[in-house]
Design a protein around this ligand. Structure first.
Ligand code: SAH
Length: 346
């Protein structure tokens, strides 16, 4: 029986170099193929024109090149583009291009579906099917970078891991994808322009600090009161705020880097004085900033964004305590491309 061919993109550069040496060629050939696969993002061996036809055939016999495909594309009137991305095994994830005056941001997925159960998020209704491989995350960024150049005449400037999935539940692959995105052999982007957003997995936040990662960390907080947070993010039962707070203190001690808290204010859920007070106390743990994000309704109407008076109250109280607070408008709402709306409707 013939063995299933291996995905050549699962090999490191070193493994690729060794493969060529073991097959009587030069290690350098590995570098050439690596460059085609990553900096040039080629999807066929045939197009690797500086490599002999025999070698290309030999690669064809031994490997496949798994890659993603943009399956569908929707453009919002604000310029946001939502892509349905087909993976090699047929699953679909979504990635979004978000242009603003100064930046173009890619919002990428890290898992097919999500294992968390945030009650206000559309993705949580999709079962987690599998983790994305590093190349599948990297490819989303490449695809969006191309769209950015095509439709907005500029390169991608920022990346946020705020698409489908919980990045810290697929930590190893997320890290490998970021290595590729930042490496000169990949896209050569700066880690400072990358933000990983998490619901907060304390153990992995500590690991990230130990690993001395250089990208930014955002935590989807939404409430600093355990009972409230657990009612909207049941996952908080397993990883309560005390543990999250301890992990964030550890993170700051090791990295000296400010954390962003993402926070939505909902009617009747976290719109009271004690909610604001708890948030202010949580913010005292480490230097941080708060992004108040607009709620993007997901069909059932159970959650309603609080009115502007409540939000202004949050802002003035946070500012009174010298906490930096930004209000984030959502983008791409008309095409269900905004935060929490990614759910493969098509
Ligand atoms: N699992 C990660 C990343 C995906 S969610 C995380 O939890 O951070 C990305 C961001 O969108 C999070 O801040 C999340 O709380 C927010 N979000 C989820 N549903 C939303 C909705 N319906 N409207 C606005 N933001 C939402």
């Amino acid at each position: 029986m013939k063995l299933k061919k291996k995905d050549i993109r699962s090999l490191t550069k070193e493994q690729l170099r060794n493969f060529f040496v073991e097959n009587g060629d030069k290690a350098f050939r590995g570098n050439q193929v690596f460059e085609w696969l990553w900096s040039k993002s080629l999807h066929t061996f045939e197009a690797m024109t500086n490599i002999s036809i025999e070698t290309r055939q030999m690669l064809e016999e031994n490997f496949v090149i798994n890659h993603i495909e943009v399956d569908s594309m929707q453009r919002s009137k604000d310029g946001t583009i939502k892509n349905g991305i087909r993976l090699h095994d047929g699953f679909i994830v979504e990635s979004v291009l978000i242009p603003t005056e100064k930046r173009t941001t890619a919002c990428v997925s890290s898992q097919v579906g999500c294992s968390l159960d945030c009650r206000f998020c559309a993705t949580s209704r999709l079962k987690r099917m599998r983790n994305l491989n590093p190349d599948e995350i990297y490819d989303q960024v490449v695809a969006i970078d191309k769209q950015s150049k095509l439709y907005h005449n500029r390169k991608l400037s920022n990346i946020v891991f705020m698409g489908m999935g919980e990045p810290l539940m697929n930590y190893n692959n997320v890290i490998k994808s970021i290595d590729k995105i930042t490496s000169p052999e990949g896209l050569g982007m700066s880690s400072k322009r990358i933000t990983v957003s998490t619901s907060g997995v304390p153990k992995i936040i500590k690991k990230m600090a130990d690993d001395e990662v250089k990208f930014n960390l955002a935590v989807s907080l939404h409430s600093a009161i355990d009972s409230v947070r657990t009612s909207i993010m049941p996952f908080n039962e397993t990883f309560p705020l005390k543990e999250l707070g301890d992990a964030l203190v550890y993170w700051f001690e090791k990295t000296q880097r400010v954390v962003t808290y993402e926070y939505i204010v909902w009617d009747g859920i976290n719109d009271k004085k004690e909610d604001i007070k708890a948030l202010i106390n949580f913010c005292k743990l480490i230097p941080c900033k708060v992004n108040l994000i607009e709620y993007n309704p997901i069909d059932d109407g159970e959650f309603q964004q609080a009115n502007s008076r409540v939000i202004d109250n949050y802002i003035s109280n946070l500012e009174m305590h010298d906490i930096v607070v930004n209000v984030r408008r959502s983008r791409g709402k008309d095409i269900d491309a905004a935060c929490g709306q990614l759910a493969n409707k098509s």
